[in-house]
Design a protein around this ligand. Sequence first.
Ligand code: JCQ
Length: 228
Amino acid sequence: MRINVVTIFPSFFDVLEVSLLGKARGRGLLDVRVHDLRDHAHDRHRTVDDTPYGGGAGMVMTPEPWGLALDAIAADADSRPVFVFPSPAGERFTQSTARELADSPHLVFGCGRYEGIDERVFSYAATLGEVRLISLGDYVLNGGEVAAMAMIEAIGRLVPGVVGNPESLVEESHEDGLLEYPSYTKPASWRGYDVPDVLLSGHHGKVAEWRHEQQLERTKQRRPDLLD
Ligand code: JCQ
């Protein structure tokens, strides 16, 4: 899978070189390319923002550098990419979104800053591929970079071969619409806290039943919205 990122802070993405995704890049499973939007700003100050038409607070990202950056990426692509713009005004990102995006051979993340990106950039990107504005949640970040990073991690680990044991992908929180059951490891007793007896019983049927009850109970307590 190819992932292009357009940002005014390319160094935010240096962490993609470590851990699981870093290894996946080394093994050729993920081809992540980070582009500095300012490389496509051709005035003396490499300007990427301007004041909003109609007035209002803050600055808006100007369309010219975005158009050039997206053109360069599209010119180098083998297929029409899916363009993802992290935005608090987008559709909600869920595990299903991650699964859908993991099926695409080419994603482009456009990271906005300031009060957002000139709306015409989304219209133009739609001529080059599918465009999705996607929100991590109902809060506002200073820019799309941290949201893009979270999405890249959630999507990247679903690409075949990135996670060593594919079973660990299905047994997790959210894959079955419930929260994860509690996990324990050795020692069986620690500072007066004991591992539940059923987990030491060796009775696989009872363990599975207990874990499912725990999943339901925790989901009811912490995330009742998931049970509706
Ligand atoms: C993403 N949840 C919150 C902030 C404008 C594209 O325009 C903008 C992007 C951002 C950054 O994203 C978020 C966000 N998911 O704040 C303002």
